[in-house]
Design a protein around this ligand. Structure first.
Ligand code: HEM
Length: 393
């Protein structure tokens, strides 16, 4: 078997949720020798595309690389969501939900919500001189923010968090994913009824009453959108924040720069998004046969666009495996996707990561990794550190 193909087959032979420490050497090999490789994955036959230019071009070309590919993965549990919609239907839904995520909405109060959630969690360990920042902070705060934004009772939080995580087990344990999806719907339906009758200023009320030129979302549309926001809130921002902290605590120069220049933190966030993309793949389905990097992909093939590999492509980023602040190509990464389906929560994710690091650096003097800390950034479909033992004071 050819080496690049063999390495890729081995990498994708197990669970997509495996805690793989370093997939990047395989991506480097693929970009060089097999920029399009056909694999037999858990979702069936799939074409994996690994070079930056090819991934970006496919994200731009929604006529050939249709987002309906998302229906074969995460869409199985989420129901029909914006992620898999195309053309006019996608545009309609996007126009209805976008105002809820605009920078203006974020400025009007959300920053305070994020701050309060993080301050309260830091209160819980600030006096201890040590903490695991993953289990005690990054893992829970983004979902707590979503619970606030949706005005869901905080008492239900643990249950809610379990469902959010179970939703993502679809590839490994479909039944668990389906059960979680059903429970989330059962839980949310009466809340929707109540907010329809008596709307507040929360996200659920905003979505139920959003009206663009007479168009409104149906109840089913609101339910699947909310179901999508759970993993979006639980699984992504926590990973970005963990990888950002990991990067700063293991790169002293970047750490100093962030402490001495507030704009340095924004540069560090963009570099983390590039260096360790929290979401490593997005799915597409070809609408016709197409040639990519001299390889023909047939019609109706499932395609995996390897964002994590594209962001480490040496043909696009100089010295791509290094974490460097102030790259010329800052903001040029594909971590939030690109084109029509560009992440709606990117501003919220940046706000959350920025607030968490700012508060930690303000409140915990001399914050550093614990001397015997054994922590790495791991994962295949999603990546972040599994723990971050730190000491301070
Ligand atoms: C670091 C954090 C995040 C990362 C890395 C991330 C990544 C992504 C990516 C790659 C896509 C494109 C999917 C595709 O093209 O198929 C996407 C779409 C989306 N994201 Fe995020 N996301 C993050 C945070 C969030 C948050 C916090 C929210 C909301 C609370 C959110 C909501 C969405 C939605 C609604 C879409 C679908 C947009 C559409 O299909 O038009 N994301 N995200």
């Amino acid at each position: 078997m050819e080496p690049a193909f063999e390495s890729a087959t081995r990498l994708f032979g197990g669970s997509m949720m495996s805690p793989i420490p370093d997939p990047y050497p395989v991506y480097r090999q693929l970009r060089r020798d097999r920029p399009v490789v056909m694999l037999d994955g858990q979702l069936g036959r799939v074409a994996l595309i690994s070079r930056y230019d090819d991934v970006a071009a496919a994200l731009k070309d929604s006529a050939v690389f249709s987002a309906r590919g998302n229906a074969r993965g995460i869409g199985m549990v989420m129901g029909r969501t914006i992620l898999e919609m195309e053309g006019a239907e996608h545009l309609r839904q996007r126009r209805l939900v976008t105002p809820a995520f605009s920078p203006r909405t974020l400025r009007e109060g959300l920053d305070v919500v994020v701050e309060n959630v993080i301050e309260r969690l830091v209160d819980g360990f600030a006096g201890d001189g040590k903490a695991d920042l993953v289990s005690q902070l990054t893992f829970t705060f983004p979902l707590r923010v979503m619970a606030h934004v949706m005005a869901l009772p905080i008492d239900d939080f643990d249950q809610f968090h379990h469902w959010a995580i179970d939703l993502l087990s679809i590839a490994d344990d479909p039944q668990r994913g389906f059960d979680a999806a059903a429970k989330i719907v059962d839980y949310l339906r009466p809340i929707l009824e109540e907010r329809r009758r008596d709307p507040g200023s929360d996200l659920i009320s905003t979505l139920l009453h959003a009206d663009v030129e007479g168009e409104r979302l149906t109840e089913e549309e609101v339910l699947s959108f909310l179901r999508l926001l759970l993993p979006a809130g639980a699984e992504t921002t926590y990973r970005l924040t963990g990888s950002l902290l990991h990067a700063l605590l293991t790169h002293p120069e970047a750490h100093d720069e962030v402490r001495s220049d507030p704009a340095g933190l924004d540069r560090a966030i963009e570099e983390t998004l590039r260096w360790e993309a929290a979401v490593q793949y997005v799915s597409r389905e070809t609408t016709r046969a197409v040639e990519v990097a001299e390889t023909t992909i047939g019609p109706n093939e499932l395609v995996m666009l390897a964002i994590g590999s594209a962001n480490r492509d040496g043909a696009h980023f100089e010295d791509p495996d290094r974490f460097v602040l102030g790259r010329r190509s800052v903001g040029d990464h594909l971590a939030f996707g690109f084109g029509e389906h560009f992440c709606l929560g990117s501003n919220l994710a940046r706000l959350e990561a920025r607030t968490a690091v700012r508060i930690l650096f303000d409140r915990l003097p001399n914050l550093r990794l614990a001397p015997d800390a054994d922590c790495r950034i791991v994962g295949l479909a999603f990546r972040s550190p599994d723990r971050l033992p730190v000491v301070f004071g």
